[in-house]
Design a protein around this ligand. Structure first.
Ligand SMILES: [Zn+2]
Length: 98
């Protein structure tokens, strides 16, 4: 069963968690200074390395708003790749260990 996550607290601030489903756009995170801020992230399954990378990327924006895009992208991709190598991810078919 898919967990129903509606909010997330990141570094003491709360975001409304919305699903990112339109692959023609990018996941997004509104600035910590925004009222009623939202973070739009991919939800699984499948829990792929790519989706984990997007999730980590938006969490990093929320918590480290002043870090530039290139650094956030590189760190999120590195973390997702390590998670995949440790067996945390699935392939697009939902198969473990991809
Ligand atoms: Zn970004």
């Amino acid at each position: 069963m898919r967990p129903r996550v509606k909010t997330a607290v990141i570094r003491g601030k709360r975001w409304v968690v919305l699903p990112w489903t339109d692959r023609r756009t990018c996941p997004t995170c509104e600035a910590p200074t925004t009222r009623q801020r939202a973070i739009r992230v991919p939800k699984g399954p499948p829990y792929t390395e790519e989706r984990l990378g997007y999730l980590l990327h938006e969490i990093m924006h929320a918590g480290l708003w002043d870090i530039d895009e290139a650094a956030v992208t590189e760190l999120a991709q590195d973390a997702a790749a390590l998670a995949r190598r440790l067996g945390w991810c699935q392939d697009e078919a939902g198969k473990k260990g991809a």
